[in-house]
Ligand binder design. Structure first.
Ligand code: CA
Length: 232
């Protein structure tokens, strides 16, 4: 990258923001701290952060509302850092436009891994043509073909669309309802069993061990994450 990544930390707890800033700085990131919504919006207008770490509980308003506001202005990646181990809050944040989440307490390594993968995803959004690659899986959107290792895989159209959606959003946490809406369409958002069935079918075709999946990982109570080990 041409310049050090600037991370805007929106957090009202000084101890936490200091810890976040320190671990990021030690890993060659530049940081900026805003303690409330108001300051955050001002910083966003004057600086242009490459990534945002956002605490959901802010003194002057809910973090989810802030995500919506930011999304009307910028496409900068947002990672929610939340004390609330509340699935509903996390899902609402992702629906509002957050890209990922970490719940407190978290390890520095975990946080850095999330920051890096979110960043990589943003930089790697320019997929080359019709070919999408993830680890040893290659799909050709035009040809409807899938190759894993050197073996062609036979997928049904729905399995193919699901895999394509996963691969286009690799390493992102994808809530059940979002996947259902994007792959099956509006009206299917609540068909959890439907999704589970297709995920199981797809796992049988792409995972070497369906009991410990390497690609389609379950995010308990939230959805799935399609893991790519090499940046696509
Ligand atoms: Ca807080």
């Amino acid at each position: 990258m041409k310049h050090p990544t600037l991370v805007l930390i929106i957090e009202d707890d000084n101890a936490i923001s200091r810890l976040l800033a320190l671990s990021l700085q030690q890993n060659k990131f530049k940081t900026l701290v805003a303690k409330d919504r108001h300051t955050a919006l001002r910083e966003l207008q004057t600086r242009s952060p490459d990534l945002i770490l956002l605490d959901l509980g802010l003194p002057d308003g809910d973090g989810k509302e802030l995500i919506k506001t930011i999304r009307t202005m910028l496409s900068v990646p947002i990672i929610v850092v939340s004390a609330r181990n509340d699935e509903k809050e996390i899902i609402a944040s992702l629906d509002a436009g957050a890209d990922d989440y970490v719940t407190k307490p978290f390890s520095t390594d975990e946080l850095l891994a999330r920051v890096r993968s979110t960043q990589r995803r943003f930089l790697g959004l320019q997929k080359s043509g019709n070919i999408i690659t993830c680890s040893d899986i290659v799909i050709d959107v035009e040809q409807f073909s899938v190759i894993k290792g050197n073996q062609p895989l036979k997928l049904t159209p729905t399995e193919f669309n699901l895999l394509k959606y996963f691969m286009l959003h690799s390493n992102e946490v994808l809530p059940h309802m979002k996947i259902l809406k994007e792959v099956w369409g509006v009206g299917y958002q609540h068909e959890m069993q439907y999704l589970r069935t297709y995920v199981n079918a797809l796992r049988k075709k792409i995972e070497s061990d369906t009991t410990s999946p390497e690609y389609i990982q379950t995010e308990l109570g939230i959805g799935y994450r399609f893991v790519c080990t090499s940046p696509a």
